[in-house]
Design a protein around this ligand. Structure first.
Ligand code: ASP
Ligand code: MG
Length: 406
């Protein structure tokens, strides 16, 4: 009897009808003779609504109470799903993250899984139960409930698959897999049959919403192939795995975009040791994560330092940086909150010249000005005007012929 781990996202369990639909899919997997562990997200927009409620009560929700509050969303979906399965005549039990043995550190709202004590899950499977685990949550050594960060149920699923020694993990969502680009933007975008962990990780970090980056990282670390497919259809979906073919016809696998980019430039900074750290250390202490950093080669020992942050962090970042700019006698500190980024990703691009040149040419032809460029071995990202991002995604998808099958 094979053991499988499935995860269903919030839109797949958004109402009672959808919960029953998911129950039927789980029952089908059980009927095929499998032992089944299921991880669920909260129903629809529940998590957003709970966050909203907390902020109606206070501007600064207590972190411990906040995590317990958010964890209730997944308790609702997991218990209802277990009831739906029982109603269909199947043996099922729901477990909270704590009951499923998911131990985390105590970093509330962004906790990391330290280990999973799978005894209870295994015991329930042995009793013949389908085990439904509430995603996105765990518990500290002090038995305080934690949550894993938005989108964290993917991480719960892959971590459980790794701890149970399962050979694969199935993530069911509302789209038919990982697309060459966001299909809402590019109608001719198509789901990929397979993609490598590295490629998926870059796409996820640079804006493709379908999988949580931490879950992809875990999958790679433990060698767990992850299938991403729709819970609404029988389409085959996309397999994320380590052996994805490098010699595919199309070396660009996907185009990702992100509209949440703001830029700060500290102008006229003196070019001497310690300056960068005097700016970035306080930003790190303020918990602001920095994305792209560019420092140009200074003339006359004066340079400009530019970096990007999420739009929601811009005001706080400016509050931190402006006084420092004064202290280090920079000329000024300017910001721009209307940027976005567009990226092309593909393992095959490494060691193959010409991809960057072609990307820049395509953007140039569209009259799109590139403000900053960053690259990894398998990714090229351009930071451009937010209003031009969608046009850029469409043009790049066309230019790299991503609509054509491998
Ligand atoms: N319900 C949580 C969220 O909306 C976790 C998840 O969906 O994976 O972020
Ligand atoms: Mg969700």
């Amino acid at each position: 009897m094979a053991l499988i781990v499935q995860k269903y996202g919030g839109s797949s369990v958004a109402d009672a009808g959808r919960i029953k639909n998911v129950a039927r899919r789980i029952a089908a997997a059980r009927d095929e003779g499998n032992q089944v562990v299921v991880v669920v997200s909260a129903m629809g927009d529940t998590t957003d609504e709970l966050i909203d409620l907390a902020y109606q009560v206070t501007d600064r929700p207590d972190v411990r109470e906040f995590d317990i509050l958010l964890s209730t969303g997944e308790l609702v979906s997991s218990t209802l799903l277990a009831m739906a399965l029982k109603e269909m005549g199947y043996q099922a039990i729901s477990l909270s993250g704590a009951q499923a043995g998911i131990r985390t550190d105590s970093a509330h709202s962004r906790a990391r899984i330290l280990k999973i004590e799978v005894r209870r899950v295994v015991k329930e499977l042995e009793k013949g139960n389908i085990v439904i685990v509430a995603g996105f949550q765990g518990v500290t050594d002090e038995m305080d409930v934690t949550t894993l960060g938005r989108g964290g149920s993917d991480t719960t699923a892959v971590a459980l698959a790794a701890s149970l020694g399962v050979e694969g993990c199935q993530i069911y969502t509302d789209v038919e897999g990982v697309y060459t680009a966001d299909p809402r933007l590019v109608p001719e975008a198509r789901p990929l049959a397979e993609i490598g962990y590295d490629e998926m990780l870059e796409l996820a970090i640079y804006g493709t919403k379908v999988m949580h980056p931490r879950a992809v990282e875990l999958g790679e670390l433990y060698g767990i192939p992850i299938l991403v497919a729709s819970s609404f259809s029988q389409e085959p979906g996309t397999l994320i795995h380590g052996g994805a073919s490098m010699e595919v016809r199309n070396k660009v696998r996907g185009v990702a975009y992100d509209l949440d980019v703001a830029k700060i430039t500290v102008v006229g900074v003196s070019d001497r040791p310690g300056i960068a750290s005097s700016i970035f250390q306080p930003l790190a202490e303020a918990g602001i994560s920095i994305d792209t950093i560019v420092q140009n080669a200074g003339l006359d020992n004066v340079t400009d330092l530019t970096f990007t942050v999420a739009k929601s962090d811009l005001a706080e970042a400016m509050r931190v940086v402006e006084p420092i700019a004064g202290l280090i006698e920079a000329r000024e500190c300017v910001s721009d909150a209307s940027l976005g980024k567009v990226s092309i990703v593909g393992t095959g691009m490494q060691n193959t010249p010409g991809y960057a040149a072609k990307m820049f040419q395509v953007l140039g032809e569209q009259g799109i000005n590139i403000q900053l460029i960053t690259t990894s071995e398998i990714r090229i990202t351009c930071i451009i005007d937010e209003a031009k991002v969608k046009k850029a995604v469409r043009a790049l998808h066309r230019a790299f012929e991503l609509e054509v099958k491998d």
